[in-house]
Design a protein around this ligand. Sequence first.
Ligand code: PNS
Length: 160
Amino acid sequence: MKIAVYPGSFDPLTNGHLDIIERSSKIFDEVIVSVLINIDKNTLFTTEERVELIKKVVEPYKNVKVESFDGLLIDYVKQKNSNVIIKGLRALSDFDYEFQMALMNHKLDSNIETVFMMTNAKYSYVSSSSIKQVAKFGGCLKDLVPDIIIPSLTNKFRGD
Ligand code: PNS
């Protein structure tokens, strides 16, 4: 059974992330969407909120699981009996950061491979941080994040 781990902050999950999840679920037997427990980062959603929201979104994909993790990614990947990390790449601007992380993870454990998937062109401009700005100022979130996430996102900024 080939298990892949798709890690990230997912604050919030975007349609770009969902596209990567859907495509990787067709390649691997099981995909574990793994939400980083950000201890030193201010997130809009708590770890538990992110996990619950993503679980609702991925319900139709029977081979996709959602969990949270902390510590080193490679330790978590090994613990899950996996050796594949999935990452999405949008533009050249993602490359430096992702390249560094992939090399560091490979240095820490050369049995673990990072597999990059190019984003779907229609989501190449979508990021969690730009979505938070759109939500904060009341812009339209349709087609940017899964519909299930929109009410939770707008509620976070209600009263601001
Ligand atoms: O969505 P993000 O914020 O770009 O995801 C980053 C993530 C979760 C993949 C990265 O921060 C991570 O792997 N954190 C765990 C700590 C770790 O293993 N660091 C060593 C690799 S540089």
